[in-house]
Design a protein around this ligand. Structure first.
Ligand code: PLP
Length: 383
């Protein structure tokens, strides 16, 4: 049976053009970019070309980019690297993050609090998971080491006003990080430095390879390495660079930026068709996240009294691969922290569904899932 993939926020298939761009670096151009000889020079040239391409996509300069092992690692480096350095230099010990961060940010901040004595404060969010710049302003302290707010939220799709938050933080001299791992696939980023001092991306969310990402670090931001060793990546990320994967990230990002508008305008229509269809056809259903300020490919819902995992299994059985939006796959049902933060009671938040669309999603896929969903939701209602 053919299954329809509707989980593009979890990962995307690799673009054939990206695979083609990577292949030479698994074969003939295999040198270590740190080597002095011809083979090393070739690899280094590819690495630095990829850095320039990625920098252009972010409106940044190449020296402001560090390649990492993925979105999670970029988040880790940003939080841990800046927090520890700011404490060393300025005795700053206060961390301010939103309650709707990806685990890569949340669990890193928790560890900084639990193991390294930082004071962790959570910003409030509204019913859409939206962070207000005013609330950031009110909580900034001279001892704030770092602020982190996700650009586009992965579970509920809401887009945060990061440029306003960045401006407020800059006024106070506090570094601001944003996790743009979802946003990079869909939203324009004319100049990264207008959005944040540090910005994380990961290639597999935009049709590139898994296990490679980048961190934009605005010139002048004080940061220390998390992974120590050789002097690669300006001493901030030791270890021989994965040249093929980095070339893949750059090519995937370049193509994504090039084709951004074309895909976004088509996806928005499909997304709104799903949202309208679900709210019309399924009783006791609610949209989660902001109705307008949301990712163009992202529709997310909660259904009262429904077991989310049962619903996902029923959908999978009917040939539709969707997600609940939270990373929890198994075990005892626990409400997602993000859905809790936007004020949903467990009777609603345990029944979550995320449908995320991509380049090959068609109208027939959308109509197909809308056709089967109402009956499957009724089946998954716990009574
Ligand atoms: C997927 C994702 C991550 C993690 O990125 P990986 O490259 O899978 O490590 C971090 N933040 C957000 C918002 C994501 O969607």
């Amino acid at each position: 049976m053919r299954s329809v993939y509707l989980d593009y926020a979890a990962t995307t298939p690799m673009d054939e053009r990206v695979i083609a761009a990577m292949l030479p670096y698994y074969r003939e151009i295999f040198g270590n970019p740190s080597s002095l000889h011809y083979f090393g020079q070739q690899a280094e040239a590819a690495l630095e070309q990829a850095r320039r391409t990625t920098a252009v996509c972010l409106g940044a300069s190449p020296e402001e980019l560090i390649f990492t092992g993925g979105g999670t690692e970029s988040d880790n480096l940003a939080l841990r690297g800046v927090a520890l350095q700011r404490r060393r230099l300025h005795s700053a010990s206060h961390l301010l993050i939103s309650p709707v961060e990806h685990h890569a940010v949340l669990h890193t901040a928790r560890q900084l609090a639990d193991e390294h004595g930082f004071e962790l404060e959570f910003l409030p969010v509204d019913e859409y998971g939206f962070v207000s710049p005013r609330d950031v302003h009110a909580r900034l302290r001279t001892t704030t080491a770092l602020v982190s707010v996700v650009y586009a939220q992965n579970e509920i799709g809401t887009i945060n006003p990061v440029s306003e938050i960045a401006a407020l933080c800059r006024e106070r001299g506090v570094p601001f990080h944003t996790d743009a791992v979802q946003a990079a696939a869909h939203l324009p980023i004319p100049r990264a430095s207008d959005l944040a001092d540090l910005l994380s991306i990961g290639a597999h969310k935009f049709y590139g390879p898994k296990g490679v990402g980048a961190l934009f670090i605005r010139r002048g931001v004080a940061i220390q390495p998390v992974q120590t060793g050789g002097s690669q990546e300006g001493g901030l990320r030791a270890g021989t660079q994965n040249v093929a994967q980095i070339v893949g990230l750059a090519e995937a990002f370049r193509l994504t930026r090039l084709e951004l508008d074309q895909h976004a305008s088509r996806l928005v229509l499909l997304r709104d068709r799903i949202i309208q269809g679900v709210l019309e056809k399924v009783p006791n259903a609610r949209l989660t996240g902001h109705p307008v300020m949301r990712l163009p490919n992202h529709a997310s819902f909660v259904f009262e009294g429904v077991d989310g995992n049962t619903l996902l299994m029923l959908l999978d059985g009917a040939g539709f691969a969707c997600s609940s939006g939270s990373a929890c796959k198994s075990g005892s049902p626990k409400p997602s922290a993000v859905l809790e933060a936007i004020g949903l009671a467990p009777s609603w938040s345990l029944g979550s569904l995320r449908v995320t669309l991509g380049r090959t999603t068609g109208e027939d896929d959308v109509e197909g899932v809308l056709k089967v969903l109402p009956a499957l939701v009724e089946k998954a209602r716990r009574r």
